[in-house]
Structures are given as C-alpha cells and as structure tokens.
Design a protein around this ligand. Structure first.
Ligand SMILES: C[S@@+](CC[C@H](N)C(=O)[O-])C[C@H]1O[C@@H](n2cnc3c(N)ncnc32)[C@H](O)[C@@H]1O
Length: 376
C-alpha cells in the first residue's frame, strides 16, 4: 500500500517528503565509525532542502564542531517553482529578519551558510547560520547551485523522487562524495547499475528492508497504511524500498557474508525451495539461480544470479558484480522451442520442465572463496 502511494507520488511529481532526524543520524554515524575524520575540514552542501525546518540542516549545524566541518551550506527551492501547490509556510526566522522580502520569499530559493561563531556564544552551532535569498529559484541544475556543488566536498540530501536520476548524474559529473536517499529500484536503471557494478556507488549502512517514515506537507492525503498524524498535527507517510546511496566508505561494506557450501545448503538451507530444488541453471544465461542471498554457495566458482537485495550485503572484497539480467540475459525468443513463448521478452516465456529464466537478477562471482568463512 505504501508502495502504491510512492508510485502515485512519482506520477504526480509529489516531492515533498522530509527525512527524519534519527534516520540521518543513524546513517551518518556509520561513516563516522569507519572514519572519525570523514567530515573534518570539509565543505558539506545540502541541496534540495528547506533549511528552516530540515533535519539535514539541523543535524549538520548541531554537529558542526563535533565533525570538524569547514563550511556548511544548504539551499532551498522556491515555492513558486515547485510543481505542487503546497500552502506556503513563512517562518518567524525569515519574517523577523531585515532582509525579508514578501515577493522573493515565494519566487527565490534561499541559501543558508555556517562557517563561524557569528553571535559570539563561543561555539559554532545552528544559531550562527547566516542566510540570504539566492539570485534564482534554487534549482539544483542552475549555474548558481552548480557553483555551490563545485565548491563542496560532500553532498548530502534526500533529492526529489521525481528527479533522482538527474540529481545523481549531477553529482557524478562533478565527481563529488555523496550520501543521498532514493528507492532501491533505482539500481536497475541503466545509468545507475553501472555505478554499482564499477564500485563508484554502493548502498548505505542503515536501511536494508522495511519502510521508512517521512513527514509530508499538511495538504497531502494520508491514504497509506501506517501513515499517521503526531500530537502536533504533523503528517507522516511510510515509504517502502527506501535506501541510502553513497560513495563514502562504511564498515558493513567490508564485512564478509558468512556462507555455507553448496552441499550444506542443499541439506540445511532454511529455504525449503533450495533444499528441494537445488541450484538450477538458467535457460538464457550461463549461471545458476540463487534465489536468496544467504543461499549463495561458498564453494561455487561460476556466475550466480542473485536477487536485488544482495546489494544490501555486497562486499566488494568478496564478490564481483558481473551484470544485470536486464542486459545480459538472452531473450527467450532466441532459444526457446517454437511455441513455448508468447513474445520476444523474457517474461512471456512459458517455462518447460525445470527451466529457470534469468529475469530481475544481478549476476555475481565470488572473488575470494575462503573455506574458513564457511559455516557448515
Ligand atoms: C524529498 S524532498 C526532501 C527535502 C529535504 N532534503 C529533506 O529530506 O527533509 C525534496 C525537495 O526537493 C525540492 N525540489 C524539487 N525539485 C527541485 C529542483 N529542481 N531543484 C532543487 N530542489 C528541488 C522539493 O521541493 C523538495 O522540497
């Protein structure tokens, strides 16, 4: 149900989903655990934000000294440019500032910057944020925000769902470190999968399954199961398939998956399907089908088709990603006996005997088979 809502959100270009503080904290902590100096001396840019109430801005501003940041920049997108008509909320922070401009507040983006102790409190924190209106609307594709991107070392945000691919390409072209939120289905996009395969991008640490709750504007309908209103009247929607995507190192990425041998899987796997059917060779690609990540046989040298969720556990020291069935699996029309397929696509083939067709799988190979990893 929540998935349907996200589908609708994409179709209707609903992009106003605000990330929870704990989700940001949990994820960022993983990078700090791996490298406590990951942010030291760095300029962090938070684009596509609403700095007055964003938890990204709050979190990084509160930890400015703690992380040893050099500069924090966050930018917002003008209300008039948003494809949705969301009732506009002014903050006292803005209206009580001498810079406040009743026109620009709707038509211009804003930039918030934190670099020094402006109020003489003896520490740098959220109260030292300085802001002004941007010259344009804050679109991440504008020259103005591109210049901020180029200045930054690390880019962190939950970009608009409807522009995920474009946003990722915008980061990659500038060759920056990043930590962003997206949907796990993005992995199968033709411009995203190669980044995963070449280890230029990987999944974050903290979200592997289930759904995550995002705050949404008051005007959004709460149709999904699990949506709620808190005691202050704020609305929340749970979204399935959410993942962090990054190119910053974290520890989970280097933990080897603990696996059983093929013989042990056939006897002891917790999946009945593996015990009863074993590992079948695909009809349209030279690899075996491994329906569950924990059923990968530790002693198998060849290529294996694994589900998309494998990428949550992917350790590049242990596995090599070879490809995706979307591009390397042969169409069944080329190989199936006459009459056994309905059309050229993989999905329209009528399986015969014990046939397995590679569809919706990634193929991988183990790079460091080690018997001491096996847990028989
Ligand atoms: C998914 S929300 C996330 C907001 C915030 N980063 C957070 O997580 O709390 C994406 C935000 O990007 C804004 N946005 C949409 N199109 C944009 C664009 N072309 N350039 C910059 N921001 C955009 C949306 O209005 C929305 O506020």
């Amino acid at each position: 149900m929540a998935n349907e809502v996200l589908g609708d959100a994409r179709a209707a270009k609903k992009d106003e989903f605000y990330t929870q503080y704990e989700d940001i904290q949990k994820e960022v902590n993983a990078y700090l655990e791996y490298d406590p100096d990951v942010f030291r001396g760095k300029t962090v840019l938070l684009p596509c934000d609403d700095p007055e109430w964003s938890n990204f801005t709050l979190f990084f501003a509160q930890n400015f000294e703690n992380f040893g940041l050099k500069k924090l920049i966050s930018t917002s997108y003008a209300a008039d440019s948003k494809p949705e008509d969301i009732p506009y909320q002014l903050t006292l922070f803005e209206t009580e500032d001498p810079q406040y401009n009743a026109e620009k507040t709707r038509s211009h983006g804003k930039i918030f910057m934190l670099t020094k102790d402006t109020n003489g409190s003896g520490k740098i924190d959220i109260n030292d944020l300085e802001w002004e209106y941007l010259a344009g609307d804050g679109d991440f594709r504008s020259d103005e925000v591109k210049a901020l991107r180029d200045e930054a070392d690390i880019i962190v945000t939950n970009p608009p769902f409807s522009l995920f691919r474009e946003f990722l390409a915008w980061i990659i072209e500038a060759d920056k470190k990043f930590l962003i939120i997206g949907n796990q289905n993005a992995i199968t996009y033709k411009d995203v999968f190669p980044l995963m395969k070449e280890n230029k991008m990987w999944m974050g640490e903290s979200i592997h399954s289930g759904d995550r709750e995002f705050r949404v504007p008051q005007s959004y309908p709460l149709l999904a199961a699990g949506s709620r209103v808190d005691d202050k009247g704020n609305k929340y929607i749970r979204v399935k398939g959410v993942r962090w995507f990054t190119n910053i190192e974290h520890g989970r990425r280097h933990q080897p998956l603990s696996l059983m041998t093929m013989a042990d899987n056939l006897k002891f796997s917790r999946h009945k399907e593996v015990r009863e059917t074993g590992y079948i060779r695909y009809a349209n690609y030279d690899a075996i089908e491994v329906p569950y990540t924990d059923a990968i046989p530790s002693d198998y040298d060849g290529e294996m088709g694994v589900p998309i969720t494998f990428l949550d556990k992917y350790n590049p020291d242990q596995f090599e990603i070879i490809g995706s069935s979307r591009w390397i699996g042969r169409p069944m029309s080329e190989i199936a006996p006459k009459g056994s397929y309905v059309s050229g696509g993989v999905r329209f083939y009528v399986p015969i005997d014990n046939d397995v067709i590679m569809d919706n799988a990634q193929t991988v190979r183990q790079t460091d088979r080690q018997t001491d990893r096996q847990t028989a």
